[in-house]
Design a protein around this ligand. Structure first.
Ligand code: Q0N
Length: 287
């Protein structure tokens, strides 16, 4: 019999349950979204890959900032977490100019109040990583906000600390990943406060769902980059001429197996651990 747990929230591909007053259970499904639509076909083990990767990064960044991870469950897709009071903003760090950052730069020359040098190209590496917070939209896309607005939301002192922590985390993970052939173009995390008011990293960290992973050997500024994990899915959806509104298409077996292999490859390259070893004992990513 499963434990009786209260469902406290759901994202597009993850669910959050209450374990007790102090602890939540974060469960990653095998669902995949593309162009913001969750597809009817699952990618086997995707939830395990993302849970394992996130736990790997939590274990390696706890000296930079403590985090909500308490334990991994044997299923490899569930994380017992400390319950935090989440800050009302998404912490985004960009090392490369892409997505809404590239859009805002082309329109204004700035991203979230960071004035950038002129003449930058699509996907170009930025001189320094920049902190570009956004608000948590209830529906639809998060909205980029400037530093003044972010400081209004959480206070100037906390903003400065959140920016420093976010940039440090991105520098650590992006250097680590680049040495293993994966560029982390940008990333989003959620910070929260524990009962004593200490800042902690929550949610997931440096997974392909919360970050843009690009294959380093194919990187070339001046054009859009292929996605490390979702490119087969995107190419297939584009080939159908699907209008990118729900419902999304079913994926054929070849796209599913190719995509699963890319997730497992990302896990193994970044962690240096065989995915089978993770499935046998999830705690292998924690040491
Ligand atoms: C929390 N979200 C937003 C999973 C992701 N440790 C925590 N303590 C309190 N609240 C949260 C966490 C975490 N993680 C985070 N919502 C609540 C993202 N969720 C949405 C649902 O799926």
């Amino acid at each position: 019999m499963p434990e009786a747990v209260t469902h406290v929230g759901s994202g597009k591909v993850r669910e959050l349950y209450e374990l007790d007053d102090d602890r939540l259970l974060l469960v990653a499904s095998d669902r995949i979204s593309t162009f913001d639509v969750v597809l009817p076909t699952e990618i086997p083990d995707k939830g395990r890959v993302l849970t394992g990767l996130s736990a790997f990064w939590f274990a390696r960044t706890r000296e930079l900032v403590p985090n909500h991870l308490l334990a991994l469950r044997d299923d490899g897709r569930s994380t017992e977490c400390r319950r935090l009071e989440m800050l009302p903003l998404e912490c985004v760090v960009r090392g490369y100019l892409t997505g809404s950052g590239w859009k805002d730069y082309r329109a204004t020359g700035s991203v979230c109040g960071h004035v950038l040098p002129p003449g930058l190209e699509d996907s170009q590496k930025l001189p320094e990583p920049i902190f570009t917070p956004s608000t948590k939209a209830q529906e639809g896309h998060d909205e980029n906000i400037d530093r003044e607005r972010a400081a209004e939301l959480i206070g100037q002192e906390r903003f400065d600390e959140v920016e420093r922590i976010s940039i440090e985390l991105y520098r650590f993970a992006s250097e680590y990943a680049a040495a293993r052939g994966i560029l982390i173009a940008d990333t989003k995390f959620e910070l929260g406060l524990d009962a004593e008011g200490n800042i902690m990293l929550g949610d997931e960290a440096f997974t392909p769902d919360s970050s843009r992973f690009w294959p380093a050997d194919e990187y070339e500024a001046g054009r859009a980059q292929p996605s490390f994990d979702k490119q087969f899915v995107r190419d297939y959806c584009e080939s159908l001429g699907w209008n990118k509104t729900p419902p999304g298409p079913e994926l054929p077996e070849g796209v599913v197996s190719g995509t699963r292999a890319r997730y497992v490859e990302a896990f193994e390259r970044l962690t240096g651990i065989a995915f089978d070893a993770y499935v046998a004992d999830p705690d292998v990513v924690l040491s």
